[in-house]
Design a protein around this ligand. Structure first.
Ligand code: BGC
Length: 741
């Protein structure tokens, strides 16, 4: 009888292609033996445990003790299998810095992490070195706090300005987003830790985010949403990618084989590991088949799903082995595998200095009437808005938040820079619970005693909900508008000025009020050192060089996706059918952001790529060279103004008329100068893949590069082109692809 049981057990293990757990001294060890040997020695249970996240050791194929790493308070872990020398690995959020618990049970120390500027600000710098520096900052803290992967960058495209997580993301344009993300990945991974580029893909809204089907044309997918990730992968080669919560044209992305296997691994050649976002149980077998290697946060039932499916012949052991191999290839790169001894003491002071410097690189000057800024020292500032004080936002909320040691608000920053901020006002706002509606008489009083007014408008958003097309969010609230008007009237009556600072995580309506203040500064949510960075731009210590990574439309309704972006669970054209799956049709196709406004000559409040400086620049000698693989452009940028500064050269390409309707122009490359002294020049070189100019023809499932004369344009925004050069392509190219997603 006993024999029969043993035989059955043996047979079922053989059928599953598995070995029994062996506890001999010569059992293969990861690192000492090849991955193939380790894989061969793994039991089915151990393989299944590895494909499902968790914070414990696997001992004798069972749940062992919880690992000490669990106390860090990171987002997730992979399990350890000590028998085979497989360590645990630790996955931590997120895009603005390491998100771990500041306190640990039984430990009196605190574990703060640097609050870096948000992704949108990094993108606004248009400076790949800035993205790398912020990445290096964060990556070092991942390493020194004993983690292995930063769940970043957040890099969904800004399809709609009201997506609640846009602050974590970079841009409406795939070239800017993909390039900056790719460079941030390089910076993070230069520390010998990994990244998880997220959320792959078309997770462009928070409303109903775990059950929403994004219905997207093959063309828009290929030219925008996938292109964004493809570029980041090409540049940064992230160790891991996080599939998104949503469904895409039917299946959940985490169970989408054409997406994760055919496109990502097949077409792009991605060799890393794919993990889910932090979901409940979904179809486990479909996910394993799709080559979604790791399920987070990880449930015991998923382990059982895998084991049962293999035993029942519903899941091939070869597929399981493929995914386990992806996991093992990832694990051998990690600090935990290298037995890196984390110090728990990264140099937060040095990192704060980097965060401050980089934040200033992405601050955008939207308006500067009669040289209002920079502000000379010695002026007494009337500083309005709770966002200038305790309400100042370093970043948005949710997993994109960081437990920062401190936040320098605008009041503190101005003081640090040597400005005198009216102390009465500081007292007023420090005592307030909410923003204050300033009446004319109080404004007049301030204008009589102070030299200049600064008013901060703040907006917060984050994970789990989208913003609203309402006063107080997309629009100014009546109190904000009233305050702005009263301050402007009072100060203007005295020949004094008003500067507005936008401490926001995403686009707001500006057209109706932007003529009221004298200057508008857009520092987004600039991280823990934000106030100092803002003060450095206000004082002129840093010459502003940020440019918009998205369009500021005249009205929300002008945005094509506003027609099918949810405003609440049943509003708009966001439909929910009876089976709990909602959907959002990306009816605007490729007409996202400036591609729409520019092509159809729709006026905007501020165009994509826009940003002022304290100096001026000229562009000259634009030269372009066509190559079959790579095209190259050079342009000389000269500082023609009176102060030192940096400038971004944006390279757009207009394609000749072909069979497909195309945007009037599309960003293909960009570069930023170093700090140029007045009169100084720098020649910038920009390259881009020739096939990246191709359009996607859905009927033939192929990329099409039309022959003809392409106009290559260098400019300071999509509307402000400074130099144009023709580039001839004599032979067209058509390249068929396989995946239909
Ligand atoms: C978020 C991810 C995050 C994960 C782990 C999810 O809810 O969507 O961005 O990395 O949680 O915290």
């Amino acid at each position: 009888m006993k024999k029969a049981i043993l035989l059955t057990l043996f047979l079922s293990l053989v059928i599953a292609g598995e070995s029994k757990p062996v506890h001999k001294a010569n059992v293969p060890q990861l690192g000492k033996n090849s991955i193939d040997e380790v894989l061969k020695a793994m039991t089915l249970q151990e393989k299944a445990e590895l494909l499902v996240g968790g914070d414990y050791e696997v001992v004798n194929g069972k749940k062992g003790p919880v690992l000490p790493e669990a106390k860090i308070g990171a987002a997730g872990m992979t399990k350890a299998i000590p028998r085979l020398g497989i360590p645990c690995t630790v996955l931590t959020d997120g895009p603005a810095g390491v998100r771990i618990s500041p306190t640990r049970k039984g430990d009196s120390r605190t574990y703060y992490a640097t609050g870096n500027p948000i992704g949108t600000l990094v993108a606004s710098s248009w400076d790949t070195q800035c993205a790398r520096a912020v990445g290096r900052n964060m990556g070092n803290e991942v390493l020194e706090y004993g983690c292995d992967v930063l769940l970043a960058p957040g890099m969904c495209l800004h399809r709609n300005p009201l997506c609640g997580r846009n602050f974590e993301y970079f841009s409406e344009d795939p070239v800017l987003s993909g390039t900056m993300s790719g460079n941030e990945i390089l910076g993070i991974q230069s520390n010998g830790v990994g990244t998880s580029a997220k959320h792959f893909v078309c997770n462009n809204q928070e409303t109903y985010r775990t059950q929403n089907n994004s219905i997207v044309s093959q063309r828009a997918l290929r030219e925008l949403y996938l292109k964004n990730f493809e570029l980041a992968i090409r540049i940064g080669n992230p160790w891991t990618i996080m599939s998104s919560y949503n469904l895409l044209n039917g299946p959940y992305t985490q169970a989408d084989k054409p997406l994760l296997h055919d496109w990502l691994r097949g077409e792009v050649g991605y060799k890393g590991m794919v993990m889910t976002d932090w979901t409940e149980r979904r179809n486990t077998v479909e996910q394993v088949n799709a080559e979604n290697d790791l399920m987070e946060w990880g449930l015991d039932v998923q382990v059982q799903d895998i084991i049962n499916a293999v035993k029942d012949g519903k899941l091939s052991i070869d597929v399981v082995n493929r995914n386990v191999r992806n996991l093992l290839n990832y694990i051998v790169k990690t600090p935990h595998f290298r037995h890196y001894k984390a110090s728990d003491a990264p140099d937060l002071k040095a990192h704060a200095a980097v965060a401050r410097e980089m934040a200033a690189q992405g601050i955008i000057l939207l308006k500067n009437r009669e040289g209002t800024l920079p502000l000379v020292q010695g002026q007494k500032i009337a500083l309005f808005g709770i966002g200038s004080y305790k309400g100042f936002l370093a970043n948005g909320f949710g997993s994109g938040d960081v437990n920062k040691p401190y936040v320098v608000n605008i009041f503190k920053g101005l003081e640090n820079a040597g400005y005198q901020v009216d102390p009465d006002m500081a007292e007023l706002y420090e005592d307030a619970d909410a923003d204050i509606n300033i009446g004319p008489s109080y404004a007049r009083h301030r204008a009589s005693v102070d030299n200049v007014a600064i008013m901060t408008i703040r907006r917060n958003s984050g994970e789990g909900s989208d913003r609203r097309n309402e006063p107080g969010d997309w629009k100014l609230s009546p109190a904000e508008l009233n305050t702005m008007k009263n301050i402007a009237d009072a100060f203007h009556a005295q020949g004094k000025k008003l500067i507005v600072i936008l401490n926001i995580g995403g686009v707001i309506e500006t057209a109706s009020w932007k003529n009221i203040p004298d200057a508008i500064l857009l520092p987004w949510q600039p991280g823990e050192e934000g106030g100092n960075a803002i003060a450095n731009v206000i004082s002129g210590k840093v010459c502003p060089s940020g440019h918009l990574p998205m369009t500021f439309p005249l009205a929300y309704e002008d945005v094509p996706s506003s027609k099918n972006f949810p405003q609440n669970d049943n509003g708009g054209v966001f439909d929910k059918d009876k089976s709990t799956i909602g959907f959002t049709k990306y009816d605007e196709g490729i007409w996202v952001g400036y591609r729409y406004f520019d092509t159809f000559d729709k006026p905007v409040s501020y165009p994509f790529g826009y940003g002022l400086s304290y100096t001026t620049f000229s562009f000259s000698n634009l030269k372009v060279r066509y190559g079959r693989e790579v095209c190259k452009a050079v342009v000389t940028v000269t500082n023609t103004g009176k102060v030192a500064g940096k400038e971004v050269a944006q390279l757009y390409v207009s394609a000749p008329k072909g069979a497909l309707e195309k945007p009037k122009k599309e960003l293909r490359a960009f570069a930023k100068t170093r700090t140029l002294q007045p009169g100084e020049s720098q020649t910038l070189t920009m390259t881009f893949r020739t096939m990246d100019m191709a359009s996607f023809n859905e009927n033939t499932n192929s990329w099409v590069l039309d022959p003809g004369v392409y106009q290559v344009k260098a400019g300071q925004s999509v509307e402000d082109i400074k130099a144009t050069a023709p580039m001839k392509i004599s032979k067209g190219v058509q390249k068929k692809v396989l995946a239909v997603i």
